[in-house]
Design a binder for this molecule. Structure first.
Ligand code: SF4
Length: 904
């Protein structure tokens, strides 16, 4: 292929000298230089279309008036974007558009957001000469979506919505039907938006220039009077939004176009489901009761702090500080997680602090730490745009991380190779070159099997890489030598030819990148699985370069940050061990108290000690709901109900609050200041956009006030930025980061060890965090949970796009219209053998419990495997699951559960 080099070019536009690049259009260069050319069908996020004719310009030496959006710019070109002739032509075109657009728009004096109205104002059009009866004025408005509506009578058929769906979201849900005046936009096979395959990402709503597609919340509330930049509080992609606020209420969430994370895109949750913040169920006042058999009473904050302080001081004097523990939150800010850890360590005197990442990505931290010396994603989401091959392991980004899912689909369109390793036939698996549909729980065997083939065929990285960057190669080779394709295939169930093809494809790509999810971690050997995957990257030299690496897709918005902040029982910030005397001395000195030297307990361990002598007596839970989300949750509920004092801090009265003595009302992300760290280590701001309801307070403020009641001032200053500055001073990888650096749309990706350091988009490029990359050679072991005659099926659990984890927020929004229950997905063959039909109710049983579920029959799972989500506490799926967990990290084996199924 002949590569054309990009050269700077110079143009004269409206007499102004401007600079652009060869390959750009006149429209692009004008826009980049702040020169506005009217347009309706053009959008910076979409390829040029050239249909509306509104962006016509005059070019010296060129006949006619070409569209600037399709005219390539040339060096020395002279362009006029405004002239009497152009104005007259635009006026005529606008007039024609208004013959098919409601005429009241023309005289509307409100800023209605209609770009056609803006153009009419620019060209001075006040009346039209044509009949104004839009052809589709009788077409009913499509209000099937709970979030937006479509009024065909306003549509000017510019196709921006179709192109957004095709090129940004890549769902292809919209198309153009008919010709001429009859032409119209249709969803699916001419269905309502709700019934079509549209996933309500809202990209079409964002692109529509004439408000034919409109955000319902925006329609009813009107235009915002303030915009506040913030970060989505759902998943770990970390999309940036401008929250539109009016009269103290959220009116709309607009995805940020200048964010490298989401590039103006969003999923249904981020754009439309943040309105849960205004739900009437929000907790607004502290609640207390003496025993969990009593009703709650409303109390003041002062009373709440007194109850906690008195109770904790009594427990400490009777049983010692290790009888108290805290679970901070992967949903809350970095600053909260740091202060939560400081509260436990510096005020209570225990290392019993953990966070809810324990049950999702703790195995990633362990696995990657072992191989690379750092448990964080090695590369950036933008690397998906440049990699040659993506290995998608145990994750379903279309549902779990939808904006990244769309990014992967766009990369696939440009020709990126893709291998999907997943027991489920996901959408990406159907699009992949190779689907490795492995038996749940066999990740270690799969990745050692691929390594075996690569070593056998001499496809590993060269000896210079091995000698200068790695260690422990020979033991690793020895371990992989037993995982022949035959052995690997018999363990994983993946055909040998697929193993051979995948190994060759991964090893011979010039840059192969991996993204992984909880399908890698939530196993009894989750840490070993991540070690095997990371060692495969090491073996092929696919780490430390753009478009390579091991990249965990973090589930919750701040999984990365909550662990980085040291809300873990064995480490301070950025994984500095509490066992290390130097670290302990440093933290003790800055915090002004002696910190405990004994490691704390993970929270599953804490729960196991409830009721024991010197066991846990009080638990402070901030923004997590383990009574719903944890496996074997009947046992979890029993432990919670046996505590002397359970404090639940949340925005809603969640399942765990049912076992609490104290419930503290917290502020939502739109009511808080602070930072989150997304899955690519990018530290991004959230900003207070609205006030909290009632007496709800920001998480970090509650923790700081509680510490004060216990006689300790744990705040370095009055705002989260001072909290950040303190923790950054204690953490080499964060030292170069402060709030003013986070003002830019790119924010900063850690490590940024000094003020002038730009941040790090690709880690381990010169050296691994641990020095040499370590080939980890764990031996393959079968999952703890295995099928038996009594429980012959293996159940896998995961997420659905329309809900978020416990569903506490999403079930309280219009998302409930899309999905109102958890369903059991079963293979056709299994269903036939049990005489089960689609929609039948079944008993799903395990040794722990038996629950009723509705079956969805299909081909997404292999024979013998089942799948379900866990968003609805009434279904109680987690009561069926076992407490079996990863041996290193206690990350539960959510992805392999032996169950039986029978018709009700
Ligand atoms: Fe929010 Fe994740 Fe959706 Fe982005 S992909 S809008 S971060 S839920």
């Amino acid at each position: 292929m002949i590569e054309q080099s990009i050269k700077p070019i110079s143009l004269l536009i409206d007499g102004q000298s401007v600079i652009g690049e060869s390959g750009q259009t006149v429209m692009q260069i004008a826009r980049d230089n702040g020169i506005n050319i009217p347009s309706l069908c053009d959008s910076p996020k979409l390829d040029s279309f050239g249909s509306c004719r509104m962006c016509i310009v005059e070019v010296d030496g060129v006949r006619g008036v070409p569209s600037s959006c399709t005219t390539p710019a040339r060096d020395g070109m002279e362009v006029l974007t405004q002239s009497e002739r152009l104005s007259e032509l635009r006026k005529g075109i606008t007039e024609l558009y208004y013959s098919e657009h409601p005429i009241d728009c023309l005289t509307d004096t409100r800023n209605c957001g209609c770009e056609l109205h803006d153009v009419a104002s620019d060209v001075g059009l006040r009346n039209i000469r044509y009949d104004n009866t839009p052809y589709h004025s009788e077409t009913p408005i499509d209000t099937s979506s709970p979030f937006f509506s479509f009024d065909a009578s306003k549509c000017i058929v510019c196709s921006r919505c179709i192109r957004a769906c095709d090129d940004i979201q890549v769902t292809h849900a919209l198309s153009l039907d008919g010709r001429g005046f009859l032409s119209r936009i249709i969803a699916g096979a001419d269905e309502s938006f709700f019934d079509s395959e549209c996933v309500s990402c809202g990209a079409c709503v964002d692109e529509c220039p004439v408000d034919a597609l409109q955000d319902n919340m925006h329609i009813s509330a009107g235009n915002p009077d303030d915009w506040i930049r913030t970060t989505c509080a759902f998943c770990g992609v970390g999309c940036q939004f401008d929250a539109g606020v009016k009269d103290g209420k959220l009116v709309t969430m607009k995805p940020a176009h200048d964010s490298p994370v989401n590039q103006g895109h969003s999923c249904i949750k981020g754009r439309f489901a943040s309105a849960y913040v205004h739900h009437e169920d929000r907790l607004t006042v502290p609640l207390a009761r003496d025993s969990i058999d009593e009703e709650f009473r409303e109390i003041t904050w002062d009373e709440a702090y007194d109850i906690i302080a008195d109770s904790w001081l009594k427990i400490i004097s009777e049983s010692g500080p290790d009888s108290i523990g805290a679970i901070t939150s992967s949903r809350s800010t970095n600053e909260l997680n740091y202060l939560g850890s400081k509260l436990m360590r510096a005020v209570i005197g225990t290392n019993n602090v953990d966070n809810c990442a324990r049950v999702c990505h703790s195995a990633t931290v362990k696995g990657m730490m072992t191989v690379f010396g750092a448990g964080a994603g090695t590369n950036s989401l933008g690397d998906i745009d440049v990699t040659d091959l993506l290995l998608v392991s145990g994750c379903n980004p279309i549902h779990g991380h939808p904006v990244t899912g769309s990014r992967i689909k766009r990369a696939r369109k440009r020709g990126m190779g893709m291998i999907v390793a997943d027991p489920k036939k996901t959408i990406l698996a159907k699009m992949a070159d190779i689907h490795l549909q492995l038996r749940p729980g066999t990740n270690v065997a799969l990745y050692q099997g691929l390594s075996h083939i690569i070593i056998r065929d001499g496809l590993e990285a060269n000896s210079e890489w091995m000698n200068s960057r790695t260690e422990n190669l020979e033991p690793y080779k020895k371990m992989c030598s037993v995982m022949t394709p035959e052995v690997c295939s018999s363990i994983t169930g993946v055909p040998i030819e697929n193993l051979e093809a995948a190994a060759k494809m991964y090893a011979t790509s010039s840059a192969a990148m991996s993204v992984h999810g909880l399908g890698m971690t939530e196993h009894s050997h989750g840490s070993e699985g991540v070690m095997a995957l990371s060692s495969l990257a090491l073996l092929t030299g696919n780490v430390g370069r753009p478009g390579t690496g091991i990249n965990p897709l973090r589930g919750q918005n701040n999984v990365q940050g909550s662990c980085d902040m040291g809300a873990l029982p064995n480490v301070y910030t950025n994984y500095q061990s509490v066992d290390n005397e130097v670290n302990r001395k440093l933290f003790s000195e800055i915090w002004g108290v002696e910190t405990p030297s004994n490691s704390g307990l993970t929270y599953p361990e804490m729960l196991q000690t409830v009721g024991n002598q010197n066991g846990l007596r009080s638990l402070y839970m901030i923004g997590s709901d383990i009574a719903h989300t944890d496996p074997d949750n009947l046992a979890v509920k029993k432990a919670l109900s046996n505590l002397d004092l359970l404090i639940v801090q949340d925005i809603f009265f969640c399942e765990s609050a049912k076992f609490a003595h104290l419930v503290l009302p917290a502020a939502s992300f739109l009511e808080s200041d602070g930072t989150y760290t997304n899955g690519e280590r990018r530290i991004q701001r959230i900003r207070k956009a609205i006030d909290s309801p009632g007496e709800a307070k920001e998480d970090w403020i509650i923790v700081a006030e509680l510490a004060q009641r216990l006689g300790h001032d744990i705040l370095a200053g009055p705002s989260p930025s001072e909290v950040w500055d303190e923790l950054a001073s204690l953490t080499p990888n964060f030292r170069g980061i402060n709030y003013s650096r986070l003002e830019s749309p790119e924010a900063v990706q850690w490590p940024a060890p000094s003020a002038g350091h730009p941040g790090t988009s690709v880690m381990h490029s010169e050296q691994f965090s641990r020095g040499l990359g370590h080939f980890a050679a764990p031996e393959y072991s079968e999952p703890n949970e295995r099928p038996s005659d009594e429980f012959p099926f293996i159940l896998v659990t995961g997420r659905n796009i329309y809900h978020y984890n416990s569903g506490t927020q999403t079930r309280r929004t219009g998302l409930a219209k899309f999905r109102d229950s958890d369903y059991l997905e079963m293979n056709y063959e299994d269903a036939n053998s049990l005489s089960i039909s689609n929609g039948d109710e079944v008993w799903l049983s395990s040794p722990r419990n038996r629950i009723k579920m509705i079956v969805q029959v299909g081909d997404s799972m292999r024979k013998g495997n089942l799948f379900t989500t866990f968003h609805f506490p009434d279904i109680g799926i987690n009561s069926v699951l076992s407490s079996s967990a990863d041996g290193y990290t206690f990350c539960p084996e959510y992805k392999v559960q032996a169950v039986s199924v029978e018709r009700v």
